[in-house]
Design a protein around this ligand. Structure first.
Ligand code: G3P
Ligand code: CA
Length: 257
């Protein structure tokens, strides 16, 4: 019997085909038909939750400074698309100039339940006290809470979220080489485990799945690794290249039929 295909989850919206964590990347992912989007959240000076990976705007925009020191009024004027042309060799084919740093609310409004949204709360090295409450406030009237997975490397934050009984799915970001994933997931109340593929072994996946955890690994970008992900029966592949992964799965499926 052929193995189930892992869900296609675009990492930061798929940073190999569009500027990461922008609305255009998320739109492209939805148009492609991904099952999930992964994104990163920080909080700006005026209090809004912002979708951006780094605590600084320097790498992915034409601005300078810490997100926490910049108001949303200022942030929304920054260009979050132009950097991509310098970073990727085939970038000249598409012009993403003028893309903005989105609010988390903008992304949720765009997705509207069409895909799982993995909200990764960034809380290091900058700490955002109460960011879990900001997220809960934002999600209070979101109609697709069952399609949200929250994760953070800050496990204390995950405990706080679980204590609030928000009914949101939690993914444990942890490395099986250092901790007992199954025990930690139980303590935190996580339903998912999101390991780094580079430090993952098949046995750890089997153990986690036997304990009832769903396993979505990151960041898997090559055919060799995608084959391993299928063989290991990962539930999801978080990838920078959702378009290439989709073709890989289609080719594999057509060979099997
Ligand atoms: O959420 C998994 C993965 O995205 C964590 O690494 O640095 O890409 O946010 P990073
Ligand atoms: Ca992330």
């Amino acid at each position: 019997m052929s193995k189930a295909q892992p869900a296609n989850i675009s990492h930061r919206g798929g940073r190999h085909w569009a500027p990461e964590n922008t609305l255009v990347a998320f739109k492209m992912s939805l148009d492609l038909g991904v099952e999930g989007l992964e994104l990163d959240v920080q909080r700006c000076a005026s209090g809004e939750l912002i979708v951006i990976h780094d605590e600084l705007v320097n790498r992915t925009t034409n601005g300078v400074g810490l997100v926490q020191d910049i108001t949303y009024d200022e942030l929304k004027r920054l260009d979050a698309g132009s950097f991509w042309h310098d970073e990727y060799e085939d970038a000249g084919k598409v012009n993403f100039k003028g893309e903005r740093v989105p609010l988390l609310k903008d992304v949720l409004d765009l997705v509207e339940g069409r895909a799982i949204v993995n909200v990764e709360l960034k809380n290091t090295p900058i700490e955002y006290p109460g960011i879990e409450d900001d997220l809960l406030d934002l999600l209070s009237d979101y109609g697709h809470r069952d399609k949200i997975i929250v994760s953070s490397f800050d496990h204390k934050l995950m405990y706080k979220l679980k204590e609030k009984n928000a009914g949101l799915a939690i993914a444990l970001l942890a490395d099986a080489l250092f901790v007992s994933v199954v025990d930690l997931a139980k303590q935190i109340g996580a339903e998912y485990w999101h390991p780094c593929f580079g430090s993952l072994r098949k046995e750890a996946v089997e153990e986690a799945k036997a304990a009832g955890l769903k396993v979505n690994a990151w960041t898997i970008n090559t055919a060799r690794e995608w084959s391993m992900a299928v063989d290991w029966e990962l539930d999801g592949v978080i990838t920078d290249a959702p378009h290439v992964f989709k073709s890989f799965l289609e080719r594999r499926k057509s060979r099997a039929t």
